[in-house]
Design a binder for this molecule. Structure first.
Ligand code: MD3
Ligand code: FE
Length: 222
């Protein structure tokens, strides 16, 4: 049937791979079909554990709003950066990772060559125009054999990808809604950040000028 050639199968992600470095791959558009469901779940999560601006150990208020889901959540305060089983704002555990988040992250990891990825933490970042994430390493996870999977929604951003030392030069990669990045292997400890967000029109189904980024992590060895 000719119709089958044009069949719109929402279960098949449309993707384009870009290798950034050994162990790091962008799956362009991998989450494009999931944007609406992901957004609904972000709104539900934030009703339980709201977005907040964490304070760094150096006393700076982060411009990115953050919340978490999963057994563990990433937090920062005057004592340092760490993972916590409870939300310091509510005193309760973080909401569970929604099934659609988990299945997306696990399928993306598998597609990038990391079988059996099972995240126990998902940090949800919320950027408004001008918010940024300065160059940093993600090294609070105890299990460094597992990748980090990131999913972009809403406004586009420019991602900075550096080397294993802060002084190493950075490459810039634009990330748009639906892009999924899997970071593992040799690039797991590379410096990275996000340039100040530009104030542009958000793509459907986002209704305000925001970018969300989900990062799925395995903190505790299985
Ligand atoms: C490269 N978030 O939450 S995701 C973070 O867009 C974080 O919100 C950014 O960096 C964001 O820690 C970038 C991409 C990412 C995440 C983890 C990495 C890139 C990474 C770990 C190692 C190397
Ligand atoms: Fe990071």
């Amino acid at each position: 049937m000719i119709e089958d050639l044009f069949a719109d199968d929402d279960s098949l992600p449309r993707q384009w791979r870009e290798e950034l470095a050994p162990g790091a791959v962008i799956l362009r558009g991998y989450a494009g079909n999931s944007a609406e469901q992901l957004l609904q779940n972000i709104v539900s999560l934030a009703a339980i554990s709201p977005f907040r601006h964490l304070i760094t150990p150096g006393g700076h208020r982060m411009s990115v709003g953050m919340t978490n889901c999963g057994a563990l959540g990433w937090v920062s305060d005057e004592y340092g950066y760490r993972y916590s089983a409870s939300d310091p704002l509510t005193g309760r555990c973080w909401p569970p990772i929604p099934d659609c988040f988990r299945s997306l992250a696990e399928r993306a990891a598998e597609a990038a060559g990391y079988a059996h990825f099972s995240p126990d933490a998902c940090l949800v970042n919320r950027y408004v125009p001008h918010a940024r994430l300065t160059l940093h390493q993600d090294k609070n996870e105890r299990d460094m054999t597992q990748p980090i999977v990131s999913v972009s929604l809403g406004l586009p951003a420019i991602f900075l990808f550096g080397g294993t030392e802060r002084e190493h030069p950075c490459r810039r990669f634009p990330l748009v809604q639906g892009d999924v990045v899997v970071w593992g292997g040799e690039s797991r400890l590379n410096y990275h950040g996000v340039l100040p967000l530009k104030d542009t029109l958000p793509p459907w189904p986002i209704r305000e000028a925001v970018r969300y980024n989900l990062t799925f992590r395995r903190v505790m060895p299985a």
